[in-house]
Design a protein around this ligand. Structure first.
Ligand code: ATP
Ligand code: LTN
Length: 341
């Protein structure tokens, strides 16, 4: 067994919908990068999850490539991790079916994301949208994952994955690792710029609500200028003032400075100056990511190689796990290299 495989397994994914934005970076990608050395890490572009909402095929294809290049530009290292596309590994859909047969519909009806997406996609409430959390559980359980770095909004889905692992193990023997969420202490829920009581979301129809990783400095300035702040003009963190508190959080995370020190630095200064400085901070942070992104986008053969190798490694691992699962459940083993039966 190689050195890499002895480490505990970490897996996470982001669906290629909308535009990758600063909340996705702070809640998820930043931690993928921070943890990638300590774990045997798998990072998945969960394209099948994206099909739960209507997609235009050429746009989806372009977005998948852009997302992969952004993962790399943010520091996810293909030499130290397995990076792959969910639809390249059939085991995810196979395990989905098995887990479906262990999931009471009541558990899925309670899911907050299903309720929210059912409201925002009223004309397309499909089975996939309902089953989305079970596919996520399959992604996780298929590799014996111990740790799943995600933002706060995914807590409920992680709980389902844990329940399914425990239910399966109790019925069929100790096959699955029960995964733990890794949710950052700060930045687990970055809020929308125009409505700081809702989560910032990369598929928001109103682009003013989020800072995309590919936004230009001018666009960042415009978006921050229009970001809702609260009555008053003091730069103070206060749960009753979600607008300025959200911006303070962003400033604190990106500059790696505790919120109280940021507050001290802006004592007596106004929203205008703070927003200008936050623009500089974000533009300065995103500039190098955008530079690396452009370099990766100009290297399609390199990206294809990463995906080919990632899919091969993930397929091999997933097939071994599926054999164990099938065996435990009483399905006839598939005999490699021979015709079954
Ligand atoms: P969509 O709007 O397309 O449904 P999203 O912005 O909610 O997408 P996801 O693809 O659902 O993003 O999530 C990708 C990762 O980013 C997940 O780990 C999720 O928890 C995290 N994340 C999403 N939004 C935020 C946010 N506002 N703050 C912190 N983390 C977030
Ligand atoms: N549902 C997740 C994306 C996702 C995921 C996963 C995250 C799909 N499969 C496996 C972690 C592990 C979301 O962020 N919306």
């Amino acid at each position: 067994m190689s050195e890499k495989r002895k480490k505990p397994v970490l897996l996470s994914g982001i669906q290629p919908t909308g535009e990758l934005m600063i909340g996705n970076y702070i809640g998820a990608l930043r931690n993928w990068v921070a943890l990638q050395d300590q774990y045997d890490s798998l990072f998945v572009l969960v394209d099948l999850h994206a099909l739960t909402v209507r997609q235009n095929p050429p746009d989806l294809l372009r977005r998948c490539r852009e997302f992969l290049c952004l993962y790399l530009a943010c520091g996810v290292d293909p030499d130290r991790n397995t990076i792959f596309v969910q639809s390249h590994v059939p085991g995810h859909s196979q395990l989905l079916w098995i887990l479906n047969c262990l999931t009471p519909m009541g558990e899925l009806k309670r899911m907050t994301q299903f309720k929210e997406k059912s409201c925002s996609h009223r004309t397309n409430i499909n089975m996939g949208l309902f089953d989305y959390p079970v596919l996520m559980a399959a992604d996780i359980l298929l590799y014996g994952t111990g740790l799943v770095p995600v933002g706060d909004d995914q807590k409920q889905h992680l709980e389902l994955a844990r329940n399914l692992a425990e239910r399966f193990n109790a019925r069929f023997g100790d096959i699955f690792t029960v995964p733990e969420p890794y949710i950052p202490v700060t930045g687990a829920r970055i809020m929308s710029l125009q409505d700081p009581t809702s989560k910032m979301s990369k598929s928001d129809n109103n682009h003013l609500n989020y800072i995309a990783l590919l936004d230009s400095p001018d666009l960042i300035r415009q978006k921050l200028r229009r970001a809702v702040t609260d009555a008053g003009n003091r730069i103070r963190y206060d749960a009753a003032r979600p607008g300025i508190s959200n911006l303070l959080n962003l400033f604190s995370v990106i500059t790696d400075t505790p919120v109280d020190l940021v507050e001290q630095a802006y004592d007596g200064k106004g929203y205008g100056e703070f927003k200008n400085d936050l623009t500089e901070v974000l533009a300065g942070f995103l500039g190098p990511i955008q530079g690396r992104y452009a370099e990766f986008m100009a290297e399609p053969p390199y990206i294809e190689k990463i995906l080919r190798e990632g899919a091969a490694a993930a397929r091999a691992r997933s097939e071994m796990m599926l054999e164990k699962i099938h065996d435990a459940m009483g399905l006839i083993p598939f005999i490699r290299g021979k015709n079954p039966g």
